[in-house]
Design a protein around this ligand. Structure first.
Ligand SMILES: [Zn+2]
Length: 310
């Protein structure tokens, strides 16, 4: 199912009410018709007393259409979830809880915040494959906003600190473009931290291109390609990871007015999720709703070009 609404108007027409959203969920979960998760039976009745719940004709098991998705047990209408996921998946910069609250006219900020937090939780795909080939690796510092700082930023006297971030970017097409990325919060730039990051994110056999910092060599199975440079030239040697870092910082300020230490990793995950799915918004939408979670993990090549899935 790769057809996906390309505009807000199309989206509104397609997912205008609860029934349309439920139908989409059912088709995504059971492309060949209902299958009972307990007995595998193919016949079921829809219950009149419970919303979007089916009862298996063979074993009597009741299955909610939202079971296994992030909408399970939610009191919000499906349309609200669909809108939120659509806005989050299609906005190239993402959307803050405050923006979401305004755009979807949620009664409270808390509702919007919770829905954002839940959507963000489904941004870290389990079992995602490691970066491979030529990978630029570098570290950066990002300003953080403390809880009591004004939203607009506190200027010179604010209690802004720095948070350390490690980044890795696959270099594709002989250096012409970035592939997938990974970002991770780091406690320090020690050899242990850097190598743990490499081990968690870069596949064995890949080549890590770095600025030559002594902490990088030694990660098991990874070929190290150091380029010792002065600070001025690092963006020339490692252009893609530097571009990602600068996009990350602009995004953090623009969408969130600065990130907080406590939520840093989840925001990094959000940035990575959106970047890695920049060519497949429909896949992002499904992942966000948790529909894709029921599916076996798909290789990256299938995600970037679903038509070439075979
Ligand atoms: Zn059954």
């Amino acid at each position: 199912m790769i057809d996906f609404p390309c505009s807000l108007i199309e989206f509104q027409q397609r997912f205008g009410d609860e029934a349309a959203c439920a139908q989409y969920l059912a088709a995504a979960r059971w492309p060949d018709g209902f299958v009972c998760p307990r007995c595998g039976g193919g016949k079921a009745w829809r219950l009149a007393t419970k919303a979007w719940t089916y009862e298996c004709a063979d074993c009597g098991r009741q299955t909610s259409i939202t079971a296994g998705t992030i909408m399970h047990h939610s009191k919000l209408p499906l349309t609200a979830w669909f809108w939120a996921a659509y806005l989050m998946a299609t906005h190239s910069n993402g959307i803050s809880a405050l923006q979401l609250q305004r755009q979807l006219a949620f009664g409270s900020y808390k509702t919007a915040w919770l829905i954002c937090a839940k959507l963000r939780c489904s941004m870290l795909a389990p079992g995602r494959s490691l970066l491979a080939g030529l990978v630029e690796v570098d570290e950066t510092e990002i300003a953080c906003r403390s809880k009591n700082d004004p939203v607009a930023g506190g200027g010179g006297r604010s209690h802004q600190g720095k948070m350390l971030v490690l980044g890795a970017v696959e270099v594709e097409d002989g250096g012409l473009g970035p592939g997938r990325i990974r970002l991770s919060q780091a406690a320090d730039y020690s050899a242990a931290s850097l190598q743990a990051f490499l081990a968690a994110n870069v596949a064995s056999g890949a080549t890590a291109k770095t600025d030559g910092w002594s902490g990088y060599p030694g990660a098991a199975g990874i070929i190290h390609d150091p380029h010792v440079v002065g600070t001025m030239a690092a963006h020339i040697v490692l252009p893609w990871v530097h571009r990602i870092f600068s996009n990350l910082k602009v995004w953090a300020l623009g969408v969130y007015h600065g990130l907080r230490r406590r939520h840093l990793q989840s925001h990094l995950d959000e940035f990575v999720f959106r970047f890695n799915r920049r060519r497949t918004r429909h896949a992002a939408f499904r992942s966000l709703l948790g529909i894709a979670a029921a599916q076996p993990p798909r290789p990256y090549k299938m995600l970037v070009s679903p038509d070439a899935a075979a």
